[in-house]
Design a protein around this ligand. Structure first.
Ligand code: ADP
Length: 496
């Protein structure tokens, strides 16, 4: 009891744990993705801004070449000082500028450029020797970054070294600034994602909650509960399907167990009462040794009957719960029927009944020999039991579309229509039709039905009170690969 109370709590607790883990994984993945995305974004922005700085420096370089011209062998700034735009452009170019001759003698050095430190003579020579201008990154004494373009200007065999610088500190700062802002907003985004993740994990686990609740209800004894599948065909639907199947099987087994206990207690109660009555009467009234002996003998007969009931019930229970494994082989059941009928011949002769096997050649079916014999024995003993002297019992075997049809037919007392639907139920007997000594257990036809079902076939009954009964058992056609049975013979024969 305490277990069933504790169980839901454990379930719910573990589900909560699962939900937490799912949400945490979700949030962690998002956090990694967001931070990674920030760094990728910063790198791309830095690349774009660097390209842009290079382009601006290109333009500045071209402008410098337009304003710095050779005049009478000297390099001169050539512009109209009255033109505010030109004056501003030249002023801007000269802010970070170094101009030397090819030996490194400084011709012009702006205060902006001197803050970057002096240029080495080797650097100047290497630039003079190379044809293409080069770009380098420099830092001034405050740590500010500059992009510097160095190149040469030639005139009549003379070469001059020119370097202009472009402050790019802002360009470098922007991506870092944006990244900082972005990273500061990540916790806010994560907070939203925590809520979304928690909600989504809860939604994903809802069917599991249902399974848990149903399992608790089942633990409380309600086996008829089922969980409705969601129709999405995902893993949870598979789990729900498996869970429902398990419940179905459990319910069936419980029903069988309940039925078994009911049947057993019901059937055993009568003989126990009878035995008790007989012994009590004997105790009170019997006087001689002979009278006691008779009472004990009668009681023993009833005890034997009880033993039979218990044995048959256990056997049927084993069969119906799938514990009996059939050993099926392809057999001529006409031959089997003939062999079995011969064992009943003495009994039929004694009762004055005619007993025959009617078969048109061999009749092939995949059967378990032991169970087939049990099926036919039950049908035959019933036919003999419920047919009056002078009657006729026939076992007919036919091959119909590959299937084997076995009919046990009699012209005995028959079964009333109202009883017919129940004759295959356990312990069902059509009462008042049979004299007491012949009283059966009411389990014979339940066995017949199980054996037919276990062979993949079925049993049908037709009966008319006063006219007789026909029990037809159909064994299905064997699988094509196993269909090795020879062709039915054309000559009709009467096997008896
Ligand atoms: P039982 O041991 O009582 O024969 P069965 O399960 O074999 O139990 O049969 C159930 C009932 O069906 C019997 O009690 C009987 O009334 C009826 N029955 C079975 N076979 C025949 C038959 N060939 N003719 C008439 N009644 C039959």
């Amino acid at each position: 009891m305490s277990d069933s109370i504790r169980q839901p709590t454990i379930w719910l607790r573990s589900l909560r744990g699962l939900r937490m883990r799912l949400a945490a994984t979700y949030v962690l993945l998002f956090a990694l993705a967001l931070v990674g995305l920030g760094f990728v974004f910063r790198q791309s922005l830095t690349g774009i801004l660097n390209q842009q700085s290079e382009r601006v420096l290109d333009e500045e370089w071209r402008a410098m070449k337009a304003y710095l011209r050779f005049q009478r062998g000297e390099l001169m700034w050539t512009y109209d000082p009255e033109d505010a735009e030109e004056a501003y452009a030249v002023d801007r170019l000269r802010r970070v500028l170094l101009l030397t001759d090819e030996r490194g003698n400084v011709l012009e050095l702006s205060s902006g450029y001197s803050a970057l430190g002096s240029e080495s003579i080797q650097q100047i020579r290497s630039v003079v020797q190379s044809r293409e201008p080069i770009s380098v990154v420099r830092h001034d004494f405050r740590g500010e970054t500059y992009l510097v373009r160095m190149g040469i200007m030639r005139d009549q065999g003379r070469a001059f070294f020119v370097a202009i610088g472009l402050p790019v500190e802002d360009t470098l700062r922007i991506p870092d600034h944006l990244l900082r802002q972005y990273l500061l907003s990540v916790p806010v985004m994560l907070l939203v994602i925590v809520f979304v993740g928690w909600y989504m994990a809860g939604r994903a686990l809802r069917p599991l909650h249902q399974v848990a609740e149903t399992a608790s209800a089942v633990a409380g004894g309600n086996l008829s509960l089922r969980i409705a599948p969601r129709g999405s065909g995902d893993e949870l639907d598979v789990l729900i399907g498996a869970f429902n199947q398990m419940l179905e099987r459990l319910e069936l087994n419980f029903q069988q167990i309940r039925q078994f206990s009911l049947d057993a207690s019901h059937e055993l109660r009568t003989p126990i009462t009878i035995i008790r009555g007989q012994l009590e009467v004997a105790l009170l009234t019997a006087e001689t040794r002979e009278q006691f002996r008779e009472a004990i003998l009668t009681a023993l007969l009833d005890v034997e009957r009880m033993g039979q009931i218990v044995k048959s019930l256990l056997l049927l229970e084993q069969a119906e719960s799938g514990q009996v494994v059939l050993q099926k082989t392809q057999l001529d059941i006409a031959k089997l029927a003939e062999e079995l009928v011969s064992q009943f011949r003495i009994a039929s002769d004694e009762k004055g009944l005619s007993l025959e096997v009617v078969a048109h050649g061999p009749c092939w079916a995949e059967v378990d020999r032991v169970q087939f014999d049990r099926l036919l024995s039950n049908l035959l003993s019933n036919a003999l039991k419920y047919t009056h002297a002078g009657g006729r019992v026939e076992v007919i075997l036919e091959q119909v579309d590959g299937a084997a049809h076995l009919t046990v037919s009699d012209n005995g007392q028959g079964i009333p229509a109202a009883n017919l639907p129940h004759v295959f139920e356990r312990f069902y007997r059509v009462r008042e039709t049979t004299p007491d000594p012949d009283r059966g257990l009411g389990l014979g036809l339940a066995f017949v039905a199980w054996i037919a079902r276990a062979h993949g076939g079925r049993v049908e009954v037709k009966s008319e009170p006063g006219q007789g009964s026909q029990f037809l058992v159909i064994f299905p056609a064997p699988a094509p690969v196993d269909a090795t049975g020879p062709e039915p013979e054309s000559t009709a024969g009467l096997l008896s």
